[in-house]
Design a protein around this ligand. Sequence first.
Ligand SMILES: NC(=O)c1ccc[n+]([C@@H]2O[C@H](COP(=O)([O-])OP(=O)(O)OC[C@H]3O[C@@H](n4cnc5c(N)ncnc54)[C@H](O)[C@@H]3O)[C@@H](O)[C@H]2O)c1
Length: 315
Amino acid sequence: MAAKILIIGACGQIGTELTLALREKHGEKNVIASDIREGNDDLMQSGPFEKLDATNYKAIEDIVMHYEVEEVYLMAAMLSATAEKFPMRGWNLNMDSLFNVLNLAKDKKIDKVFWPSSIAVFGPSTPKNDTPQTTVMEPTTVYGISKQTGERWCEYYHHKYDVDVRSIRYPGLISYKTQPGGGTTDYAVEIFHEALAKQAYTSFLSEETALPMMFMDDAIRATISLMEAPAETLSIRSSYNLGGISFTPKQLAESIEAEIPEFKIDYEPDFRQPIADSWPSSINDEQAQKDWGWQHEYDLEKMTKAMLDGLKSLK
Ligand SMILES: NC(=O)c1ccc[n+]([C@@H]2O[C@H](COP(=O)([O-])OP(=O)(O)OC[C@H]3O[C@@H](n4cnc5c(N)ncnc54)[C@H](O)[C@@H]3O)[C@@H](O)[C@H]2O)c1
């Protein structure tokens, strides 16, 4: 059955591909994209688009009523690196937008909510390797604090008001169709663009910084699978760990070198290094496997090939 879906923040790195995947599945007219800015041609031309500010409750409510929206995917946020520069703006956007959508669900104006969390909910005191679903969480970034707080509110709204909210702690996402939006893992996308353009890249993270990452196709599949899972199978209403692949800039460079032998990398860590140092190196996602059958498909080699082939195909 096709659902009526609103995506808020649809023109970003994830929203763009998510919108196209959902339009394919539910029909173009049933998936309304919205953002404060316009998106790329594929997004703008494939279905309805509305200019919408996620911090404006009334404006979201009007669109929900007008299109008889049943499900909202809230992708608007300020990401980790940018939020360190504008802490209060990051906090306000990330929290206000979430409350707006949770309150619409609480008032039964929508049936289901997807809201993304992040590996940034973890901090330096969290076990770094194979980080469990439930563990110490003392995030040290504005972004991480907003995501952890958001998780607590999602669980609260579920238990207290029976809101059907579902969430994933995305790792760093790697895609070729859209650019990343100011996160600490952006190096893993930039490196592919520079490898093709200049056969060289200067990484803003040090060579041994291992972080959990995922190819966008896997992340989109995970998001849609979680939203389609029967409610009674879901034991987590804060946010699910999602593992994916874990690698360092050095390992990623070696994987690119296998395809482009003349590729060279050097390292100039900047303000994003301490953010990365506070995050896990790898994530345990057994709960997602158990509850909704999650399994990632892309390893480092397969992702490298997909990124290089994908970027070449856009030229
Ligand atoms: N990309 C990643 O690696 C990653 C990892 C973990 C979690 N996440 C989370 O996934 C979600 C989407 O991330 P993304 O990478 O696509 O981000 P992005 O920055 O690429 O896109 C966010 C979109 O939100 C829009 N936006 C900003 N303010 C808005 C407002 N007031 N109203 C409406 N739209 C607004 C922006 O114009 C942009 O198109 C975010 O919640 C982010 O925290 C992303």
